[in-house]
Design a protein around this ligand. Structure first.
Ligand code: PAF
Length: 281
């Protein structure tokens, strides 16, 4: 696997092959990321991964500074997973000038849930993903469904800007106890780690109950109860909610009766760590 750090070297390394599959990451890789590489390889084209901790998508009081940077280990893992090329720019290579042009995502998607809890987050994500797509010009790109809202946002961006890249979403990889793999799990103390699967259990219970509801008010009550239960277990939830998969809006009575495809999404803080998860239902 080749490793490049600049745009010029990236373009030179990409040039011999016409079609590439891109796996964008912020590094500190785990089995979930390696699953993305494995999925990219199924497209029968060379795979380029990127590692860049994108300052633009972190709020001023978030974990940008302490986000784990583990490039040497990540590079070994990627090479072992069959990745062909790693693009690992530093900030000067990614943002040689301050990134004054930004992608302003549709607030209908970017202003709710994680977008409401993390103002500016999805503008930062959309901007860096747009830029990575321009730099790499991949034929396809693979993203995990753990960041469900991010995946929807990227699909919409690609559609609205007619970008010639197909977006592939991959199911969340979980630890044996059900916890969704995430780089942020590394922040958890041993006690918190033991408690962390409670988020996924809360989502599963909410999904089971909410799919039997007949009125939106009933769903809201179930969401409130799920929240209170998690609070009683020591969490600080941002949201726990049943939404439509297609647009992440709440279910209407019609949706409940029609069996519209749904997803329960949750974000909650355990100590200093904010975890997110979701389950399609
Ligand atoms: O999902 C992530 O790791 C990041 O949000 C992404 C897509 C690499 C953009 O920085």
């Amino acid at each position: 696997m080749r490793i490049v750090h600049t745009l010029a070297d990236l373009r030179a390394a990409l040039r011999p092959q016409p079609h590439w599959a891109l796996v964008p990451t912020m590094g500190n890789l785990h089995a979930g990321h390696l699953g993305l590489v494995a999925r990219a390889r199924q497209e029968n084209m060379p795979v380029v991964a990127s590692i860049f901790v994108n300052r633009l998508q972190f709020g001023p009081n978030e974990d940008f500074d302490r986000y784990p940077r583990t490039l040497p280990v990540d590079a070994e893992l990627l090479a072992g997973a069959g990745c062909d090329l790693l693009f690992a720019p530093d900030e000067a290579a990614m943002y040689p000038q301050p990134q004054a042009f930004r992608v302003l995502p549709d607030p209908a998607i970017a202003g709710i849930l994680d977008g409401a809890a993390r103002p500016g987050h999805f503008e930062g994500v959309a901007t860096v993903v747009m830029k990575l797509f321009q730099m790499v010009q991949p034929a396809c790109a693979v993203f995990g469904k753990k960041d469900y809202q991010q995946l929807l946002l990227i699909r919409r961006m690609v559609e609205q800007f007619a970008m010639p890249v197909s977006i592939i979403g991959l199911d969340t990889v979980r630890a044996d106890d059900g916890l969704a793999l995430s780089s942020r799990n590394g922040y958890l103390s041993a006690d918190e780690r033991a408690q962390a699967p409670q988020l996924q259990s809360a989502l599963r219970a909410l999904a089971d109950a909410a799919r039997n509801a007949t009125a939106p008010e009933q769903v809201q009550l179930l969401e409130q109860q799920a929240r209170s239960r998690l609070e009683a277990q020591g969490w600080t939830p941002d949201y726990l909610t049943l939404r439509r998969r297609a647009d992440l809006l709440p279910f209407t009575a019609h949706d409940l009766h029609q069996g519209t495809p749904g997803v329960v999404l949750g974000a909650a803080r355990l100590g200093r760590t904010r975890l997110i998860d979701n389950l399609e239902c």
